[in-house]
Each structure stands twice: as structure tokens, then as C-alpha cells.
Design a protein around this ligand. Sequence first.
Ligand SMILES: NC(=O)c1ccc[n+]([C@@H]2O[C@H](COP(=O)([O-])OP(=O)(O)OC[C@H]3O[C@@H](n4cnc5c(N)ncnc54)[C@H](O)[C@@H]3O)[C@@H](O)[C@H]2O)c1
Length: 290
Amino acid sequence: MSIPEQGREVAVITGGASGLGRALGECFAERGLRVVLLDRDGERAEAEAGALAGKFGVDAFGSAVDVADEAALRAAAEGVADRFGRADLVVSNVGVQLFGAVERLTDDEWRWVLDVNVIGAARTAQAFLPLLRAAPHGRLSFTTSSGVLAPAARLGVYQTSKFAVWGLAETLRLELADDGVSVSVVFPSGMASRHLETSTAAQPDHVRREIGGPEDYAAMVASNPEMVRNPVSPDVAAGNIADALLAGERYVVTHGDLVAAVAGRGELLREAAVVARDRTPGPDAGAASG
Ligand SMILES: NC(=O)c1ccc[n+]([C@@H]2O[C@H](COP(=O)([O-])OP(=O)(O)OC[C@H]3O[C@@H](n4cnc5c(N)ncnc54)[C@H](O)[C@@H]3O)[C@@H](O)[C@H]2O)c1
């Protein structure tokens, strides 16, 4: 039985022209969703959306949108509403990378990465929330990084931004609970993508420099060798998680073995919480000691 066009769900993906975003678009198109790829590289977004439409026979379009531009995101949401009348799944997936020891990062570098990765994610949510609330089952997903679960040195500004995106997602999950919009947090591990190339292309002139040099890379690997072990293609990573995003699962890990890192941190946090609980006087402690 074929689904009438207006009955098909719509997935919107930022950073959708390349890597994980494009590959998720392919997974969703393969499952019969209509797909919108938003990216600062508009030409590539249009070409990739055209390829998905041709391959899977679904309606798809790509458009130039910089997530640093609030008006462009709002216009994109209007464009999706005009063309499809709905958005069911919005994947906030843009992330730019910049290596560097924390003590050498400049204010302008902090501002660039946080503006794109963090405020860009918040702007994306703000622009698309009216459509997601109106959807029968709205889902919002945020791409963070395995660096949040198992950090490495020299990724200070990037990891800070991804921790902040996680915080944004946790807050929105609570704020949207009554609206029936689920919120997912995606933790990708290493993927062989164009990330350094697209981050270089996205750098504004006033922060232009090498995204990362050999010395930063060596320090990163020395601090966390697992981070660069066995990268997978974005297609594999997306294939692993597409159904979890459609199901609105809360935490979604793409690949790799982060079990010990997650358990180890969880145990340390639990111990700290137990110590605090045990030093906190109970409700009648004052009366007993007084
Ligand atoms: N590649 C990895 O190893 C890896 C690991 C963990 C997390 N991630 C995260 O996964 C996500 C996808 O990364 P990827 O590896 O597929 O990279 P990618 O470079 O292949 O894709 C990222 C896309 O985002 C676009 N983009 C960059 N700045 C933008 C902006 N301001 N507005 C709109 N679009 C913009 C780029 O043009 C590019 O098409 C990112 O959030 C990244 O931080 C990547």
C-alpha cells in the first residue's frame, strides 16, 4: 500500500550535505520519509537531496542555511512548512571542530565554535519547535560527540560545546515533555568524514588558522587512544542509529566501546553523590542534636 505524500513523515537535518547528516538523510529516505537537508554548503545540500529523491522516489530538497543565522533558520522552517506542511523529526547535527590547548584558545575562537555548535543548536530547536509540536510524534535530536563520554586533550572548545549541547537537550527534554516531543542525544564516535575540511571552510576570516596541527593530534591520541581506534564511515554510523532516532530514544551511541568510560564516570559520580547524601543532615537532625 503506498503512503499518500501528505501522510509521509518529514525529516529535517542540519549539516545535512555531508557525513553523518547526509547519511541519516539517506536512511530516512530509504524508510519512506521526505527529507530536507540544510547546510551552509547549499549547492551540495541541493545535489545530495536531489540524489536521495532520485534513488528512493521520495520528495526531498536541500537548502543553504547557516545555523549561525537565526533569520535563515526561521526562513528554512517556513520553507519546510510551505513545501511539506509538517516536520516530524529535526536532527540538529551541525558541528565545527577546532583543536588547541585550552590555555592558548582565543576569545574569538571560543565565540565561533560556541556560536555555531551550541547557539546554532538552540536556534535550530527554536525555529522548528512550532512544527514539531504540531506533529503527531515530534522528535528532536542533537548530535554531540563521544568526547562527551570519554574526553581527550586538545579538544577543549569542541568538547565544551558538545557538553553544552547535551545540557541543552536535557533541558528541552523536560520543557517539551508535555508537548509529546521526544529529545534524543546522539554520541558519535570517530567517523571518516569531511569534518576537518568543512570546519576549515566554515571558519570566519577573523579566526582562520589550521584546525589542528600534528602536535595537537598527538596529544589528543596520547590522552585517549580509543578516540581514534577503528573509525567507521558515516553510512555505517547512520545505519546503526536511524531507527533509534525515529523511535525518539533518549541516548544514542553510534559505535565503538564506551562502556568502561561511561561506567567508570557513573561510579565516580555515584560515590560523590553518596558522600554528599551521607553528610546531609536528615529532616529531624537539628532537633536530635539540639
Ligand atoms: N567525524 C567525527 O569523527 C565525529 C565524531 C563525533 C561527533 N561528530 C559530530 O557529528 C556531526 C557531523 O559531523 P561529520 O563528521 O558528519 O562532518 P561533515 O563535515 O561531513 O558534515 C558536517 C556538515 O555541517 C556543515 N556545516 C558546518 N558549519 C555549518 C553551519 N554554520 N551551518 C550549517 N551547516 C554547517 C558542513 O558544511 C558539513 O556539510 C558534527 O556535529 C560533528 O561534530 C563527528
